[in-house]
Design a protein around this ligand. Structure first.
Ligand SMILES: [Zn+2]
Ligand SMILES: [Zn+2]
Length: 181
């Protein structure tokens, strides 16, 4: 009788564990071939399995039960890095004033309002290039903020900064030259 109990218990443990292993290996393998996303759980990717996309203008849509606000931003790095910075500014009060987006999120948090954020790509564009001498990424961001005011409700139009990609490009070339010499 005792032996029977032990066997049935150990079997009932073994089966779910094997199933568990199958699920784990499936979820880690399923995303292996997708260079655009390396999220452990692709279904929770913030950019619909495209989080490694670079040089984009993106939009964040923040909704609560009664409000809907949007924010437009750009990144010349993979989106995922920018996303991480945004997320840490929502969790770390020190960065509550980092962007108009984090200010809004903290405003909701202060009032205990439950919110949801959706991210999506508006446009991919080339950042500053030495050849064209212009930054289509920053020009694009300005275009979407200034000429489509119905799109980003959170961005402060008076706070549009000049292109920083150019400085990054010049610095990048400088570092490259240094390492070649
Ligand atoms: Zn992803
Ligand atoms: Zn730029």
């Amino acid at each position: 009788m005792i032996q029977y109990t032990l066997t049935s218990t150990s079997q009932s443990l073994i089966i779910p564990y094997t199933k568990f292993l199958t699920v784990i290996s499936k979820s880690t393998n399923s995303n292996k071939d997708n260079k655009n996303c390396d999220c452990q759980k692709p279904e929770t990717c913030p950019m619909d399995r495209n989080c490694n996309v670079e040089s984009i203008i993106y939009q964040a849509e923040v909704t609560s039960q009664t409000t809907r606000e949007t924010y437009t931003g750009l990144c010349d790095t993979p989106f995922k890095l920018r996303y991480r910075n945004h997320t840490s500014s929502f969790h770390n009060e020190r960065y509550r004033n980092a962007t108009e987006l984090s200010k809004h999120v903290w405003n909701l948090k202060d009032q205990n309002i439950h919110y949801n954020i959706k991210w999506h790509k508006i446009k991919q564009a080339r950042s500053y290039s030495n050849v064209s001498k212009q930054c289509n990424l920053c020009l694009g961001e300005k275009y979407f903020i200034l000429s489509k005011p119905e799109m980003p409700s959170l961005n402060n139009q008076n706070k549009l900064t000049n292109c920083k990609c150019r400085a990054a490009d010049i610095l990048g070339n400088f570092v490259e030259k240094l390492s070649l010499n």
